[in-house]
Design a protein around this ligand. Structure first.
Ligand code: ATR
Length: 285
């Protein structure tokens, strides 16, 4: 008899990670005997933690703040998408015992856009007809989302960031399709934008505020936020008040978890209303 499969999420701090709730829900929904635990490991101990995974009986796990870039450097093999994003959020051990690093943030973000706006959102937002998508922020999350949007076929992507040099650095992903804006130029350019995405921390409970006023956006535009505490961010509320379509930050968290679960436990899980409700109750409780 084979023993139940074990997976984890590792980070520092890790107490507030919702990943154990997500994977625990799927394990019981599918009647699977595996486990998924949260593990707090600081930066100094992280390399040894990775080296000991096989010995500890894990099949894989998730990596979160502050270890995504270290995991990228330390794995034996990277998937092409992890390679482009420069960070790893999903680990698995292959048959030969090699540690494989993947990044599911880009596809998680896009899967949630598709689910919320409908698969034809490139057309309905005006992006297919030439409106650019505009990313606010240029950190690790912005990089993953830029890769996701480019791979989904967005022809023009603008990036604006408080620190202009970081936005410039992201341009290297695809200098033909990506342009940069100075933060001060954003309000004057919104009238042409089809999709506005906030990847900054502005709007979080600890940093309340609007990363940009969505009022000038055209009526067909959609507004996405990756902040999910609170779930209804000031940006999303302002967009809704203008009757613009909105995409919340929780869906990316739920959808990025799908490929890892499928790899570790052998069943592709669904992002259902019941799962959403469970996590929303946790956020609001
Ligand atoms: P993550 O990996 O989650 O993207 P990060 O790399 O720390 O986190 O990036 C946070 C993003 O939020 C950055 O784009 C940051 O802008 P800077 O590059 O100028 O630091 C942005 N950000 C954070 N606080 C901000 C604020 N008060 N105003 C504007 N942008 C802010």
């Amino acid at each position: 008899m084979t023993s139940p499969r074990k997976a984890f999420v590792v980070g520092h701090p890790i107490a507030h990670s919702r990943s154990p709730l997500i994977h625990g829900h799927w394990l019981s929904a599918h009647g699977l005997p595996g486990s998924y635990e949260r593990i707090d490991v600081g930066p100094e101990a992280f390399p040894a933690f990775l080296a000991g995974l096989r010995e500890a009986g894990f099949v894989g796990g998730n990596v979160t703040i502050p270890h995504k870039e270290a995991a990228y450097r330390l794995v034996d093999i990277r998937t092409p998408r992890a390679e482009r994003i420069g960070a790893v959020n999903t680990l698995s051990l292959d048959e030969a015992g090699r540690l494989v690093g993947d990044n599911t943030d880009a596809t998680g973000f896009v899967a949630h856009l598709d689910a919320t706006l409908g698969a034809d959102w490139l057309d309905t937002t005006g992006i297919a007809a030439g409106r650019p998508a505009l990313l606010l922020g240029a950190g690790g999350a912005a990089r993953a989302i830029a890769v996701g949007l480019l791979d989904r076929g967005v022809p023009r992507l603008l990036i604006a960031n408080r620190t202009a040099a970081r936005a410039e650095a992201l341009r290297a992903l695809d200098p033909h399709r990506i342009g940069t804006l100075a933060a001060a130029e954003v309000p004057g350019r919104l009238a042409e934008v089809g999709l506005l995405v906030n990847t900054t921390s502005l709007g979080m409970a600890a940093a309340p505020g609007l990363p940009a006023d969505p009022a000038p956006l055209p009526p067909e535009a959609a507004v996405a936020d990756i902040v999910y505490v609170p779930l209804d961010t000031p940006l999303l509320a302002a967009a809704r008040a203008r009757d613009l379509r909105t995409v919340d930050g929780l869906g990316m968290l739920l959808h990025q978890a799908v490929p890892g679960f499928a790899r570790w436990f052998g069943v592709t899980p669904q992002v259902t209303p019941a799962l959403r409700a469970l996590i929303v109750a946790d956020i609001e409780g």
